[in-house]
Design a protein around this ligand. Structure first.
Ligand code: UTP
Length: 227
């Protein structure tokens, strides 16, 4: 069975827009897909993590402490998805990428959040994919594709159907200076995917059909990064 790692943005899990109904649809898709694929879902923290981090920053916390607050929220989101999935999910949330990769060899969907300070859950997803020798990474995010600039701020931005690893890397690298494209995937994650040669599918995470097509490596409305 092929292995696929999904990076599920916190902005997709709990944006406070019909979240329970969405999680029910996602859980039923994941249960179906788990009969054909070994799947790991890495959950992001979204605006709840940002809230805790900005409050901690006002309290003068160190960057490691702020990262640990963020990780705690990603693990809370992972717990929500794990409980929504019920017995199809592996009941324990792994704490490291190595542990997650090992768990992917067995049956059951692996659900996790962040691991250690200094990166985001996109990088965790790429590291798990590299260690597990996954076939592809699916970035289920809050925009429908990769664009040359944030389409919400720049309506004329170019939308990409495909990107090479190098162009993708340049795009997310640029994004660290101009908020926007950086929302697509983190730079470390893009670097790891490139060095491991694992294709990245970028799709709107609230569109479960898109997630299914991406997991299957089929045609998507979003962006495919490879080559
Ligand atoms: P996210 O992965 O959600 O970050 O982790 P993000 O990309 O900023 O947020 P989304 O995509 O909108 O959901 C939230 C925060 O948790 C810490 C980081 O501070 C990160 O910004 N974190 C997360 C870690 O330090 N290590 C991890 O492995 C994961």
């Amino acid at each position: 069975m092929d292995k696929v790692v999904i990076s599920l943005g916190g902005s997709v899990i709990v944006p406070d827009e019909g979240d329970a109904a969405f999680l029910m649809r996602l859980a039923s898709l994941l249960r179906r897909l788990s009969e054909e694929y070994h799947i790991c879902v890495v959950c992001g923290g979204g605006k709840v993590a940002r809230y805790y981090i900005s409050t901690g920053r006002e309290l003068g916390m160190t960057s490691e402490e702020l990262d640990n607050l963020g990780i705690a929220v990603t693990r809370l989101n992972a717990t929500l998805l794990l409980l929504a999935l019920g017995e199809t999910a592996v009941p324990a949330i792994p704490r490291t990428e190595e542990e997650a990769a090992r768990m992917m060899d067995h049956r059951g969907i692996v659900i996790m959040g962040g691991t250690s300070p200094g990166h985001t859950t996109d990088a965790v997803a790429a590291l798990v994919a590299e260690k597990a020798k996954a076939t592809r990474i699916v970035n289920a995010t809050s925009v429908d594709a990769a664009y040359s600039a944030d389409p919400r701020r720049f309506p004329d931005a170019t939308r990409f159907t495909t990107l090479t690893f190098r162009k993708f890397h340049d795009l997310v690298d640029k994004g660290t200076h101009e908020a926007g494209p950086s929302d697509i995937f983190d730079r470390l994650g893009a670097e790891i995917a490139m060095r491991a040669g694992i294709p990245v599918y970028i799709v709107h995470g609230r569109n479960v059909e898109e997630i299914e097509n991406a997991v299957r490596g089929g045609a998507v409305k979003g962006t495919v990064v490879q080559g």
